[in-house]
Design a protein around this ligand. Structure first.
Ligand code: ZN
Length: 502
């Protein structure tokens, strides 16, 4: 019996607005699509939270024994300033301002995004497709929607016909908005608009002369609309119908609503069965936003170089902090909360380190105590299967951590535990911490008897200097600091002059 049969997963489905038992389309396999970043600027911590939440889902489904195909796209064209159909393309704008080729902008921020994901120990997706790499597929998709009667061409652009679609399907089923309300909240069409109706959205935009990103199409030179790529790439890699679609709460409308309409507009029944939305990050109770001056970059968080931060925090402290709440709840960022997370994280790592020093279980086995031990792990797995409730699972891990401390201090207690139960509990304790929650033991780089703090300070300094690059030459001063902190200096070739954070 596989773990996923033993601990069946239930998911809060935003589409149905209720928690449902998860049933994949193909037994034992899961297809999951998550909206990735638009790569025109550095990711901020709110984005990181979203991707860490989906990383945990990916990891947990794999842990349960599912074969998971996880697709997370890179948006590198079509996302316009203001998120609507007017305005400049975000990437083209950045390219113009920085006098770069748009693909240089894309490459730069894609690299930065990957470095940040790596720093927070998020596993790369199985496929990471780009919008510009799928122009041909997007054009074919649009043609099909036009053939089905749900889109129209106007002056070289193609728009999705929301009213026509609404005659056959329910537009607004995800966001819960109804079409009349939407219309009354929408401004009147301006004279420059090409759309028939303000609710319609662009599938293809005519590129004006001088537009930096442009491709030929049956409707003339242009570029795809922002919403389209996700419908097209999820269909291409996961099939017309697939299991899970995720993204940040802020994408529900219009982006995800438009995706559903496009999928159904193309294939009638297409799209995801389960829609999952991660909630946002607030700072001292206020929404994190650049305009509020409270949007940290991951780098600032590490260095503590921000007016709202008392000091820097390690990547795993921050990751653990994010996992101490449920992904669908808002998470408030404060120094107190981070310091509590740091304590919790260190406590778990201390227990992991202690396991090696425990004596042997077994001897005068107490069945009840042995069952109690395994029930703590069962509870953690049940909590994770209950809509990926990491917050509750962490509480069980703390319970186990207390037991491990007792076993260390009172070997007689360990002797009461059945060796099989002990092995089971430890296997999953470590499995949940490292494989599911995706924590790294930052202390591992320190040698026996050394604490983490000194090392962390040096690493933070290194990160600061290296701007997230993974490999760098060390100055003598830093080498000495690291040696003093007990870090072994080795590079892949065994040389001593550079140090790899991983
Ligand atoms: Zn998307």
């Amino acid at each position: 019996m596989s773990l996923y049969d033993q601990y069946p997963v239930s998911i809060y489905n935003s589409l149905k607005k209720e928690k449902e038992v998860f049933k994949p389309i193909h037994e034992g396999r899961v297809g999951m699509y998550v909206c990735g970043p638009t790569v025109y600027s550095d990711v901020h911590l709110g984005n990181v939270r979203t991707f860490v939440s989906f990383d945990v889902m990916f990891r947990y489904l794999k842990y349960l024994g599912y074969k998971v195909r996880y697709v997370r796209n890179i948006t590198d064209v079509g996302h316009l300033v203001g998120d609507a159909d007017e305005g400049e393309d975000k990437i083209a704008k950045k390219a113009r301002l920085e006098e770069l080729e748009p693909m240089e902008v894309v490459q730069k921020y894609t690299n930065g995004f990957h470095d940040v994901m790596d720093m927070f120990n998020a596993i790369p997706p199985s496929i990471e497709p780009t919008a510009t790499g799928h122009i041909v597929e997007q054009i074919e998709f649009i043609k099909q929607i036009i053939d089905n009667g749900y889109a129209y061409e106007k002056d070289g652009s193609v728009y999705f016909d929301v009213r026509k679609y609404s005659q056959d399907h329910k537009y607004g089923e995800l966001s819960g908005r109804n079409i009349e309300d939407m219309l009354s909240n929408t401004r009147e069409l301006s004279g420059q608009d090409q759309k028939n109706d303000p609710l319609d959205f662009a599938l293809w935009k005519n590129a004006e002369s001088g537009h930096l990103m442009r491709w030929p199409s049956p409707w003339g030179i242009g570029f795809p609309g922002w919403h389209l790529e996700c419908s097209v790439m999820s269909t291409k890699y996961l099939g017309e119908k697939f299991d899970i679609h995720g993204g940040g709460m802020d994408l529900k409308f219009p982006h995800h609503e438009a995706e559903i309409a496009q999928n159904k507009g193309c294939t009638h029944s297409g799209g995801a069965n389960y829609w999952v939305h991660g909630n946002m990050l607030t700072v001292n109770g206020r929404k994190m936003a650049k305009s509020e001056g409270n949007g940290f970059t991951p780098e600032q968080l590490l260095t503590g170089d921000h007016k709202l931060l008392e000091r820097g925090y390690s990547p795993m402290t921050v990751r653990f902090f994010m996992l101490m709440s449920h992904y669908a709840s808002t998470l408030d960022f404060s120094n107190e909360a981070l310091q509590a997370a740091e304590k919790g994280y260190k406590r778990l790592m201390a227990s992991v380190n202690l396991i090696e020093k425990l004596g042997q279980p077994g001897g005068s086995v107490d069945k009840e105590k042995s069952a109690e031990l395994t029930s703590v792990i069962d509870q953690a797995l049940k909590d994770l299967s209950d809509d990926f409730n990491t917050a509750k699972a962490v509480a069980s891990l703390f319970d186990l951590s207390t037991k491990i401390n007792t076993f260390y201090q009172q070997p007689g207690e360990l002797a009461k535990i059945d060796p099989e139960a002990f092995e089971y509990a430890i296997k999953h304790f470590k499995g949940i911490i490292f494989d599911v929650l995706g924590l790294r033991n930052e202390g591992e780089i320190a040698q026996d008897g050394k604490t983490l703090d000194g090392v962390m300070q040096v690493l933070i300094e290194l990160r600061k200097q290296a701007k997230f690059s993974k490999n760098y030459a060390l100055s003598d001063k830093i080498r000495d600091d690291l040696k003093e902190a007990g870090v072994q200096l080795k590079d892949e070739k065994g040389g001593e002059m550079s140090y790899t954070i991983d």
